[in-house]
Design a protein around this ligand. Sequence first.
Ligand code: FES
Length: 106
Amino acid sequence: MIELVEVLVRFRPSGRSVRVPLGTTLLEASRRAELPVARTCGGDGLCGRCGLRILSGVASLPREAEDEMRVKRNQRVDPAERLACRIALTDDVEVTARYWALEQRG
Ligand code: FES
């Protein structure tokens, strides 16, 4: 029997949360929570638009690879953000985006 391991992703400030299979990207988890994530490259890790701030669970994330750091530098992404399309989740996290607070005001 195959055990499906899931992780919990919490989104602030909305308070939404989703459980997704281990290895799901943070971009896909955000989609499942029906929260918009800016992007122009289709999730290929090139545009640098999908930056999210990790509020908790940072230690569980894979270290930033040099190519992620390069895209962030070139696209002037806040160094405190991670590219959601490049993060395969391995544990529970809590995240936010600058524009989600505006979304909530609606
Ligand atoms: S969607 Fe373009 S870098 Fe993540």
